[in-house]
Write a protein that binds this ligand. Structure first.
Ligand SMILES: NC(=O)c1ccc[n+]([C@@H]2O[C@H](COP(=O)([O-])OP(=O)(O)OC[C@H]3O[C@@H](n4cnc5c(N)ncnc54)[C@H](O)[C@@H]3O)[C@@H](O)[C@H]2O)c1
Length: 378
């Protein structure tokens, strides 16, 4: 088996994900890294060895005789970086969200098709143990035919991760209903086996635009810090904050399914809580760690029962980033690059999660006007 030669664009930060792909004894090696921060490239040399090619220019990276490229740069660069790699026919692992506009996603899909290049989008929540188990329960008919999908997303680290750097600006992220919710909307689509067709949303900036900002030339520090509590006593926020910190979306989906999505960036705890209701029961996860429980209620009682009629947990207790997802998704990408296997995450689904998040953002900025989701181009 020939060794896969892998490059990483945006090789600091989330680019560390590519370490799972660096398998010198397993037929894959990270051989080239691109980042604009010299300290990130220094770290890359520690991880991958002094011989790894390093550059601050992605155009130089894509000429290094690669088989595949991880694009882990900030969202507003995804389109440019993915197109450069796809143009050369390279396989691409593109971090979520696919891009920050619907048109941008469609340009990336079109380029991959034109060049017959293997495109994969890092919707890693589909690989989380707890989510896979919920999908299995739905697929096995545990709740009958799905009719409603709801998600509440509580984010304790919102003030750290999303309001101190590029995430806080519309021009860089569109908004957090796209940047953050791309995951949740994709999971809702997957659990329901249906895409969103129409959305209406409300949202506002309730907290983070009211707090002390950093100077424009200070470097923002988006590192998570649990001592940053309560939100109203924090400081050091981005000079420009024009994305919402709480939002509520209602959705119609294919097959007559209804969805509801709620996101809050100043919650004390962090969790994604999904509920799926079908014609024969309801499931709900409590926590999104690898071993978090999922309750199934499938007997009628006319009062609230905190514990379901049955309790399930993800099958694979393996650790690893994001609820056990990261090593699994990277391995699937490598298998896809080598053998073109059918993958759990798909670029078409990633585009549909961006499309739903984008239209929801436009709706909330236009008084909650309902908007249709443009279907995938033929
Ligand atoms: N799937 C997940 O669970 C998950 C988790 C975290 C982040 N992400 C995604 O990963 C991406 C990166 O997020 P992050 O928090 O690491 O962002 P970040 O701001 O830390 O940027 C990532 C890296 O890209 C580098 N970079 C910036 N501009 C560049 C350029 N022009 N050329 C090359 N490198 C450049 C930065 O120096 C940094 O090392 C985002 O799209 C984010 O949505 C996904």
């Amino acid at each position: 088996m020939r060794e896969l030669r892998i490059g990483v664009i945006g090789s600091g930060g989330r680019g560390g994900l590519a370490r799972h792909a660096h398998q010198p004894d397993g037929g894959a090696r990270v051989v080239a890294c691109c980042d604009v921060r010299p300290e990130a490239l220094a770290k890359n040399r520690e991880w991958y060895g002094p011989e790894v090619f390093t550059t601050d220019d992605y155009r130089k990276l894509v000429t290094q005789g690669l088989d595949a490229v991880f694009v882990c740069s900030p969202d507003f660069l995804h389109e440019e970086h993915a197109l450069a790699a796809l143009e050369r026919g390279l396989a691409v692992y593109l971090e979520k969200p696919m891009t920050i506009t619907i048109e941008g996603c469609d340009r990336v899909l079109k380029k991959a098709r034109e060049k017959r290049a293997r495109l994969f989008v890092g919707q890693n929540m589909r690989y989380m143990n707890v989510i896979r188990k919920m999908k299995q329960l739905v697929r096995d008919g545990a709740i009958g035919e799905v009719k409603s999908v709801w998600c509440r997303h509580f984010i304790s680290y919102g003030g750290d991760a999303y309001f101190r750097d590029w995430h806080s600006e519309r021009r860089c992220s569109t908004g957090l209903l796209l940047q953050k919710a791309a995951h949740d909307l994709d999971v809702m689509h997957w659990l329901a086996d249906a895409y969103t067709t129409r959305v209406a949303a409300f949202g506002n900036l309730a907290v983070y635009d009211k707090l002390p900002r950093r100077a424009p030339d200070d470097k923002g520090d988006p590192a998570f810090n649990v001592s940053h509590w309560p939100p109203l006593l924090q400081s050091g926020f981005s000079p420009t904050i024009d994305v919402e910190d709480q939002s509520v979306v209602i959705m119609t989906m294919e097959k007559g399914i209804l969805g509801a999505y709620l996101q809050c960036h100043f919650a004390p705890d962090a969790c994604r809580n999904y509920t799926v209701i079908g014609t024969a029961g309801r499931i709900e996860n409590f926590g999104d760690m690898p071993d978090s429980p999922i309750f199934l209620w499938n007997k009628r009682t006319d009062s609230y029962r905190m514990v379901g009629d049955a309790v399930f947990r993800g099958d694979n207790g393996a650790g690893g980033g994001h609820g056990g997802a990261d090593p699994v998704i990277v391995q699937e990408f490598l298998d896809f690059v080598r053998d073109g296997i059918k993958t759990t995450a798909t670029p078409e689904a990633a585009r549909m999660s961006v499309a739903a998040g984008y239209q929801a953002t436009m709706s909330l900025r236009n008084g909650g006007q309902p908007l249709d989701i443009p279907p995938l181009p033929a």
